[in-house]
Design a binder for this molecule. Structure first.
Ligand code: FES
Length: 130
């Protein structure tokens, strides 16, 4: 685990994540399987989650990188409208039950957004990244 904690990867420029704007989406390996994650800015803070609905394990965005509802208040699933609190990923409406999106550790520093991979969610090899 100590080796994982030492890995820090730049994701994108801080300026690329505008309040209420498009998210940065990237490829990861979750427990060794290809998956996608996203980072967006909400109330000035960058939050990142696995791009997977709790209702059915599909990606959430209704257009590439677009995760927020029309009021820019909640993360919304494009399939059946499950809504999630951007601050903590908690399900607040629709068919996502009492769960929450899987959070990923991110931090802004020096004008960049950095991701801290974990033992469960690791960087995808370049051949898998798209
Ligand atoms: S798949 Fe997301 S609400 Fe049904």
């Amino acid at each position: 685990m100590a080796e994982d904690e030492a890995v820090v990867l730049p994701l994108c420029a801080s300026a690329a994540l505008e309040e209420g704007g498009a998210a940065h989406v990237w490829d990861v390996l979750e427990h060794g399987r290809p998956a996608r994650a996203f980072a967006l800015r909400f109330d000035g803070v960058v939050r990142a989650y696995m791009n997977r609905c709790l209702h059915v394990p599909v990606e959430l965005d209704w257009q590439p990188g677009q995760f927020l509802d029309s009021d820019k208040r909640f993360i919304i699933c494009s399939i059946h409208g499950a809504t999630y609190e951007p601050e903590d990923g908690r399900c607040v409406g629709g068919p996502c039950g009492r769960g929450r999106l899987t959070p990923l550790a991110v931090k802004e520093q020096g004008g960049l957004v950095h991701w801290y991979p974990s033992a469960d969610v690791r960087p995808a090899p370049p051949a898998l990244a798209g």
